[in-house]
Design a protein around this ligand. Structure first.
Ligand code: MN
Length: 640
């Protein structure tokens, strides 16, 4: 690497770069670092020169390039901040100073160290975003030359890259730095896995190139009749990202890498959509795999159309379609944006950096580094969501995870007994999904147990395996404390009421003893085809007039029957919602819900809903009874 290479590169994108400034900065740095060598054996100046070159790759301005050349001068040589101000002015001096301030104390725990580093990077960069860009370039060059360091240092630098700097690059949308840093770090941290994936990629390379050529020809042919020009290229997949996908989705290399990835770059937004139409007319798109990040850009400014189609050899192809400017932003993120819009009072630009200001605010409030790091994580990793227990413990889940996944992630007992949850203070049913930052309180019931239906709801393998384990266990081993088989059979047969000797009687449940499904009952027929149902042990039964005819009655199970449940409770805020949510949590389809105040202290809530049988109804009643303030739960038309 020579200074002339850097100048050549700078001239290629800057209209009137201050070459004298670059030359002066280089000469100053070279003199300041004179006699210093890097672990690689090269002269020290090689490092700032390469850092400057990485920034020139991102097409940054001459001021940034000059500051990059000088970035280690104050830190590592006898020159001071004042010397930089005197020779290069305040703007460059501030950038160099920002870099110097990022140095973090070494004797911190790993977590604290990360939090502190990110905090300092952000703190420095709030003043000038270019500081973070120089820092990333600095780190990237360290990663590129990592092999010369001793083992322990290599591990540390690689971990920092993966856990701190790559996420920052991602957040700023600088994909080019993120990918390279991740792959370099991964190679250090898991060399065997890295080599294996790389080998597999190389083995299938030729075949893949052939397929891409084929696809290109077909699209080009189709475009002949249009005025659209575009550039179609195969998209390299990054080793670490393949590895992450394999891990996350528990899939093999072949399943992940089997997708051919293609990128189409064109000149304007209209052509993007036209190309999408053309691609979809040639090959069948896979539903749900289409994303329009042009209409709704990602939070790191990324814009593109994504689709997956079944390609010419009957295999899925991932296709991204975008304009050149979108591509620059996809690869260089904030750096490209900075170049297009410049800094200063650009509203859109400010908006993009709002998260940085928010983090800056947050770090002022955070009591300790860990708390801050926890909050940072929420912001930094988009694919995962971070949720919290009521005590503030972080539970990391995949994006689409729900209440049950959360419960099982905390503890399998919590999962097995989960009936619903409170998310940020509000009741949600079992099947509710969670968002980043949700505070989740799991609500349990002693008599709850996992069902097969749960397997359809959960997203994490952990939850699924625990549910399966529970189901197999309880199927094989009869649990003695359960009711005798005969009793269970009887119960299953018994819902709602079958009355001997009468066809379609009107059933009235007595108010005195309020029988609920499963209770031993007795019936008394009245005129007009009505039957009063009492519990066997009801004291009123003895007093009943002899002119009322005792009839034989029993509960009959009837799936899908509409029942009315009434809940008599002390009135309080949120009660109705809580009851409703308890019912929803049991996958009950509710036809009608109503609440009627009784005086100013009580309320009667009634619900008409479909049940899936006697057991279901019994469960519901048990749960409703546990709700704070509930006095009675009864069913159906209550007789006076
Ligand atoms: Mn450096």
């Amino acid at each position: 690497m020579q200074l002339s290479d850097l100048i050549k590169k700078l001239k290629a994108y800057e209209k009137k770069p201050d070459i004298t400034l670059i030359k002066r900065a280089y000469a100053f740095a070279e003199k300041a670092h004179e006699g210093q060598t890097r672990a690689t054996g090269e002269f020290y100046i090689e490092h700032p020169l390469n850092v400057a070159y990485i920034l020139a790759d991102l097409k940054l301005d001459d001021i940034t390039i000059a500051a990059a050349l000088l970035h280690d001068v104050v830190e590592d040589t006898e020159y001071t901040q004042k010397d930089i101000i005197n020779n290069f002015g305040k703007e460059i001096a501030n950038l160099v100073e920002g870099m110097t301030k990022i140095k973090t104390l070494k004797n911190l725990s790993r977590e604290d160290y990360h939090a502190e580093t990110i905090r300092k990077v952000i703190l420095a960069s709030v003043k000038d975003i270019r500081i973070i860009l120089i820092k990333l370039a600095d780190r990237l060059h360290n990663m590129r030359t990592i092999s010369v360091f001793r083992e322990e240092k290599r591990q540390r630098i690689a971990k920092d890259a993966l856990e701190v700097y790559a996420p920052i690059a991602h957040k700023l949308g600088i994909a080019s730095i993120k990918w390279e840093m991740e792959d370099l770090a991964f190679e250090q941290l898991q060399p065997e896995v890295y080599k294996e994936i790389r080998k597999k990629i190389q083995q299938s390379q030729k075949e893949r190139e052939k397929e891409i050529e084929k696809i290109k020809k077909i699209i080009d042919e189709e475009l002949k009749t249009t005025k659209i020009s575009c550039d179609i290229t195969g998209r390299p997949k990054h080793i670490y990202s393949i590895y992450r996908k394999m891990q996350k989705r528990s899939k093999s290399f072949e399943e992940i890498y089997d997708l051919t990835a293609l990128r189409i770059i064109t000149d304007n937004v209209r052509h993007c959509y036209e190309l999408l139409g053309i691609v979809h007319s040639i090959w069948t798109p896979i539903p749900k795999e289409f994303d329009d990040y042009i209409a709704t850009p990602k939070s790191n400014m990324y814009q593109s159309l994504h689709t997956v189609v079944i390609g010419p050899i009957n295999k899925p192809i991932e296709i991204q379609i975008r304009t050149e400017e979108m591509h620059a932003i996809a690869e260089q993120g904030i750096a490209a944006h900075w170049k297009y819009k410049g800094h200063g009072s650009d509203n859109e630009f400010d908006q993009k950096l709002k998260w940085m200001m928010e983090i800056n605010e947050l770090q002022k409030d955070s009591e300790d580094a860990k708390e801050f790091l926890k909050m940072l994580h929420i912001d930094f990793f988009e694919d995962e969501i971070f949720t919290f227990t009521p005590k503030g413990k972080v539970i990391e889940l995949p994006k689409s995870a729900g209440v049950l996944d959360f419960a099982y992630a905390v503890h399998s007992d919590l999962g097995n007994k989960c009936i619903a949850a409170k998310v940020n203070g509000l009741f949600v049913p079992l099947r509710a999904t969670l968002k980043n930052g949700d505070r989740v309180e799991i609500i349990t019931a002693k008599n709850q147990h996992p069902s097969r239906d749960w397997l359809k709801i959960v997203k994490t393998s952990k939850a699924a395996s625990k549910i399966k384990k529970y189901i197999t266990l309880t199927q094989k081993v009869p649990i003695k404390s359960f009711k005798k088989e005969e009793e269970i059979k009887k119960e299953l047969e018994a819902w709602i009421i079958d009355v001997d000797s009468m066809s379609k009687p009107e059933i009235l449940f007595s108010r005195c003893c309020r029988p609920i499904p499963g209770d031993k009952i007795v019936g008394f027929s009245r005129n007009m085809g009505k039957v009063n149902i009492h519990r066997n042990d009801c004291t009123a039964v003895k007093k009943i007039d002899s002119d009322r005819k005792k009839v034989s009655v029993r509960w009959v199970d009837s799936i899908g029957r509409i029942v009315e449940i009434k809940v008599d409770a002390e009135n309080r805020t949120g009660l109705f919602a809580e009851i409703l949510n308890t019912l929803i949590a049991q996958s009950t389809s509710i036809k009608h819900a109503n609440a009627k105040p009784i005086g100013n202290q009580f309320v009667e809530c009634s619900f008409q809903m479909e049940t899936s049988g006697l057991k279901h109804l019994q469960d519901l009643i048990q749960r409703l009874k546990k709700i704070n303030g509930v006095r009675h739960v009864f069913i159906g038309n209550v007789s006076s």
